[in-house]
Design a protein around this ligand. Structure first.
Ligand code: WTA
Length: 704
């Protein structure tokens, strides 16, 4: 009996180790949007797919750019002369801040642009009208220009939580053509300092503190660490501008450094009422950098341009989010990630929408909080991640029914969503009324790539849906052969064509950009024809017979923790800063709420060591260098790492052990005995085999 089971497992192992892996999953039934939703939707004409078909490419994307106001209209929709560094709307000029604020004033001056909900529930929400936003962005722009000494093309690092001063600072930068680089507030001072140094930011904008899970966190202390880390990287941050979370009160124990640190509140007085003309920027001028984790080495600064990016987020917010100026829209993501940039700030504001900003954690003080916010603000479009949905479902499965709110539309993003979780989202959160879009995309892609068109395509739980208009995906196997839809096989999802939201380059590293995203499937590096440059997304996917794409997860060394991308290399190098550690390997384990969480294996240098103390030091090192989101579930101190004969650490074997899987054939390793020792250490004496291990975990660390 046992042997048969092992053989079956082995068969499966060999199957998944092939480039084209078989994927067994049940086809779910379709769900349909209500006629009420369809009746009010922006996009109801199925001919949109023809309009955006390949024969109309790239001119079809004129439609998105025409949603914006241009200071100078462009002459070339897509310039491919420097392939694969695409230029969208070449020759055009525009300003992002003008497009998000000024042009709405005439019609929407007194409509809320943002409604800010702080975490403490006893303080009422704060509405900021377009008129008020205009005022505050202009003053901050004047400050950045005249006090910060910043001009178009300079970079500024912003390390802040979700408070109105964050988008105000971003839009002030955009007004000047200054490139902002927002670092997620939960990242550590070190992580911030590394990114500030990489981007060459002379100014760091931060805040004294903010509310998180019921407590005020000291945030300014991270700025001091960031400045020091940047200095170690041979970069000087000259000025640190500190916003106040609460006017007139300093919520940090860290002293202000004379001549370096300045309270925005104080300096801003000098610029009261000043108006700064928005600087018309070339379409391809960078708007911002967003650092993200990749396969190798340090985080990379994804550089997004102005005209292409803003057009794409405006177009997709309109058609996929179905966001009208009369809607109240709440995206619960953090602005420090791409979702927040595209779908809290730039997309919604480009369309004159009302966008809700929420400072805190979703379940503070209890799992009813989001639904109270929804009711009080009359939110009708809701946007969040599978991790948040799983968390809210676990903490309060019956909470939504207690509150009288009604969503017309809901979004999920960031990770694959399990069909059961999807159904809870639909039935309980959406009360069976809301249409759902499961949007697949990435930091690099600027905006959505796959999703149902909410009033046109039926929904299918667990499946992102077809490609967006003007996006032509293809699934390739490792050899570059196309894996056909409906074949039941998975492979690497690629996008055959450029699109306006696509990032421009990795900041300061053109070679890495080409190597990481294009080299794998490019046949002719000299070609200027976009057809020769499929974009390699780094995700595994399978296409069903109906053309819908199901995303299986990363195919590289990236771990998606609660929808946040962490590079295993970054975590491993943090472990190696602990003196006793000789080698480190980080692998993903399946987690009920967060999707995946990292688990760490370390082997130690010779000598007497206290394993518990080392484990604690490793956890601390990770929290310190990256942030609490990267905290490992467990740290295993092992006698040695399983290695190939050429000395490569077999992360796949460790991932199998941590996920209660069979390790497969390890006899070809240099040290097969170690595998058994580690297995007994971690799994105990009984080999447990979990069914339905997700593909990304099964394939993790595979040599490719
Ligand atoms: C994953 C977040 C399944 C995917 C916008 C991708 C998803 C990575 C989905 C990008 C989805 C994002 N279904 N997986 N709807 N959306 N992913 O850069 O693995 O933080 O490559 O951008 O998240 O994460 P990033």
């Amino acid at each position: 009996m046992a042997d048969v089971r092992v053989m079956k497992e082995k068969e499966q192992e060999t199957e998944v180790n092939e480039a084209q892996i078989a994927v067994h999953w049940k086809e779910e039934q379709y769900f349909y949007p209500s006629s009420k939703f369809i009746g009010q939707a922006y996009l109801t004409d199925p001919a949109v797919d023809q309009r955006f078909s390949e024969k109309n490419f790239p001119e079809c994307f004129r439609e998105y750019a025409d949603l914006l106001s241009w200071d100078q209209y462009w002459h070339t929709t897509l310039d491919t002369s420097d392939a694969p560094f695409w230029k969208w709307y070449a020759g055009g000029k525009l300003n992002a801040s003008y497009n998000c604020i000024d042009r709405h004033l005439e019609q929407y001056r007194n409509k809320a642009a943002f409604v800010f909900v702080g975490e403490p529930e006893d303080v009422p929400p704060l509405s900021i009208t377009y008129q008020e936003l205009y005022y505050q962005v202009n003053e901050m722009a004047a400050l950045l220009r005249d006090f910060g000494g910043l001009k178009a093309g300079d970079r500024v690092t912003i390390h802040m939580p979700v408070v109105p001063e964050l988008p105000i600072t971003m839009l002030a930068c955009a007004r000047l053509g200054v490139i902002h680089s927002v670092v997620f507030g939960g990242f550590s001072g070190e992580a911030c300092g590394m990114r500030a140094a990489d981007s060459g930011s002379k100014v760091l904008v931060t805040i004294d503190g903010y509310y998180r899970s019921g407590a005020m966190t000291d945030h300014k202390e991270k700025a001091d660490i960031a400045v020091k880390t940047a200095k170690d990287e041979k970069h000087t941050i000259e000025k640190v501008l500190v916003w106040h979370r609460e006017p007139g009160k300093y919520n940090s124990k860290t002293p202000m450094v004379e001549g370096r640190d300045f309270f925005v509140e104080d300096v801003l007085k000098k610029y009261a009422g000043q108006i700064v003309e928005p600087v018309p920027m070339p379409s391809e001028a960078p708007l911002f950098l967003m650092y993200t984790s990749g396969t190798t080495g340090r985080p990379k600064g994804c550089q997004h341009g102005t005209g292409g990016y803003l057009s794409y987020v405006a177009g997709t917010t309109k058609y996929i989010q179905d966001l009208h100026p009369t809607d109240v829209y709440w995206c619960m993501a953090d602005i420090g990630w791409i979702t927040g940039h595209s779908y809290i700030v730039y997309g919604p504001l480009a369309l004159a929408a009302t966008s809700v900003l929420y400072e805190g954690v979703p379940n503070y003080p209890d799992a009813g909080r989001p639904w109270r916010v929804a009711k009080r603000l009359n939110v009708n479009i809701f946007h969040t991640s599978p991790t948040a949905i799983r968390m809210l479902r676990k903490a309060g499965p019956d909470e939504p029914a207690k509150y009288d709110y009604h969503f017309k539309h809901m979004t999920t993003v960031g990770e694959p969503i399990e069909p059961e979780v999807w159904k809870w989202y639909h039935e309980v959160v959406g009360k069976g009324e809301a249409v759902i879009v499961d949007t697949w995309w990435q930091t690099e892609t600027g905006g959505f790539l796959c999703s149902t068109k909410p009033a046109i395509d039926p929904m299918k739980p667990g499946s992102a849906g077809p490609a967006l208009p003007g996006i032509y995906p293809v699934i390739f196997d490792e050899e570059g052969k196309e894996v056909k839809g409906g074949s039941g096989k998975a492979g690497n999802i690629c996008i055959r064509n450029p699109w306006p939201g696509m990032f421009q380059t990795i900041y300061g590293d053109r070679d890495r950009f080409v190597a990481q995203y294009y080299r794998k499937y490019n046949k002719n590096p000299k070609s200027k024809d976009w057809r020769d440059w499929p974009y390699f997304a780094g995700d595994g996917a399978v296409q069903a017979p109906d053309g819908y794409f199901r995303i299986l997860g990363r195919v590289d060394d990236v771990i998606n923790v609660a929808g946040h991308r962490l590079g295993t290399k970054e975590l491993e190098s943090a472990c190696l800063t602990v003196n006793e550690v000789a080698e480190a390997a980080v692998i993903p384990v399946v987690d009920e709420v967060k999707g995946r969480v990292p688990e760490v294996y370390v082997s130690l240098k010779p000598g007497q060591h206290n394993a518990t103390a080392v484990s604690e030091a490793v956890t601390k090192a990770i929290e310190h260098q990256i942030g609490k989101i990267a905290r490992p579930k467990k740290v295993h101190v092992v006698p040695d790492m399983p290695k190939t004969r050429s000395g490569k650490i077999m992360r796949r074997v460790l991932a199998a052990i941590s996920n209660q899987m069979d390790t497969g054939d390890v006899t070809t390793l240099a040290n097969p005995d170690v595998v058994e020792q580690i297995r007994v250490m971690v799994q105990g004496n009984r080999p447990v085999i979990t069914k339905d291990v997700p593909e990304d975990v099964k394939r993790f660390g595979e040599e490719r």
